[in-house]
Design a protein around this ligand. Structure first.
Ligand code: PBG
Length: 349
């Protein structure tokens, strides 16, 4: 009120009670950050165990856990150990595992014939896990690289990776996995037209309830290095994968790849790698609204663990921050080697 009572002898209105050192701001965003309860109340995204897909490396043997040198804390598991891992996943509330085999080098050939063996490592793991822990989803990788002597995801003629001839083998590989009991087929090969061909192949054999999670936007990335170590293709890979995996400089192209895969029947799509491609995850989710997954790949895991093991980063904080970033970008979930660790921390609260 500016009313002045001159009868009291006041010549001027009273000074407003303003502390010159304090601003009057309508917006003080810090009010919503003032305490943990307030931060929790306004939090936009949350990471739960339900967001996690745990990629697991398989190896022949029994009772075997083989450390992967470039991925500290990650091991290749024999089938019985994979079953135990599935039990842990169930206990921790992790919805699904993604299986990646390290195939005996003696079984790799130019035709990737072991991919079609109904008793191959992956099929045996699917059967064993589904028998013991049926409530955990099994996602299987469709691509020929674990099975080819040259380490490429497709068949080769000279220097060329053949598209259509590869797709025919991929369909057979997907059917082999579906017959063993896979819940979700995840083609990571980046051949053109493979999603439609796999969908048709699955439907023709009565597997219309088997899902397809396609690696729709998969980039030719340096961050796959440790994975190739884990599945044993590092030494054998001839050349690079740039004629089928995407150029890291492109994102419009990622939208076209995703559009094609959805049209061909993909139920869910993956963007890979993860953190360096958050913009792609965001655009895919914004544009299509389909369940979009991020793959926090082996190189991202190795970078974080390298820094953590040197004492340069706080493990828990860095890992959780990296994962909430995917949720913020719009991902429905994340394939991450941190899955068991993170689910355990979440369970402990
Ligand atoms: C190959 C495949 C790769 C990964 C998953 N499937 C590597 C590649 O394309 O060479 C990478 C996963 C990771 O780095 O964690 N079909």
């Amino acid at each position: 009120m500016n009313r002045v009572n001159f009868e009291d002898g006041m010549a001027f209105p009273p000074r407003p009670n303003v502390n010159p050192n304090k601003l009057s701001l309508a917006q003080r965003p810090r009010r919503n950050r003032k305490a943990e309860w307030a931060r929790r109340l306004v939090r936009e995204h949350e990471l739960t165990a339900s967001d996690l897909i745990w990629p697991i490396f398989l190896v022949e043997g029994e009772g075997l856990r083989e450390p992967v040198a470039s991925m500290p804390g990650v091991e290749r598991l024999s089938v019985d150990e994979a079953v135990r891992a599935a039990g842990l996943a169930a206990e921790l509330g992790i919805p699904a595992l993604a299986l990646f085999p390290n195939i005996d080098p003696a079984l790799r050939d130019v035709e990737a014939s072991e991919a079609l063996n109904e008793a191959n490592l992956v099929c045996r793991a699917i059967r064993a896990v589904k028998r013991a822990v049926p409530q955990v989803g099994i996602i299987t990788d469709v691509a020929l690289d674990p099975y080819t002597s040259h380490g490429h995801d497709g068949l080769m003629e000279g220097e060329e990776i053949l598209n259509d001839a590869t797709v025919a083998v991929l369909v057979a590989q997907a059917l082999n996995q579906a017959r063993a009991g896979a819940d979700v087929i995840a083609p990571s090969d980046m051949m053109d037209g493979r999603v439609g061909a796999i969908r048709a192949g699955l439907d023709a054999e009565g597997f219309e309830n088997v899902s397809i999670m396609s690696y729709a936007a998969k980039y030719a990335s340096a961050f796959y290095g440790p994975f190739r170590d884990a599945i044993g293709t590092k030494a054998t890979l001839v050349g690079d994968k740039r004629t089928y995996q995407m150029d890291p400089a492109n994102s419009e192209e990622a939208l076209r790849e995703v559009a094609a895969d959805i049209e061909e029947g993909a139920d869910m799509v993956i963007v890979k790698p993860g953190l360096p491609y958050l913009d792609v995850i965001f655009r895919v989710k914004e544009t299509f609204g389909v369940p979009t997954f991020a793959y926090q790949v082996s190189g991202e895991y190795a970078m974080l663990m390298g820094a953590v093991n040197n004492g340069w980063l706080d493990a828990d904080r860095a890992i959780f921050e990296s994962l909430i970033a995917f949720k913020r970008a719009g991902a429905a979930g994340v394939l991450t080697y941190f899955a068991p660790l993170v689910a355990k921390k979440l369970k402990e609260g």
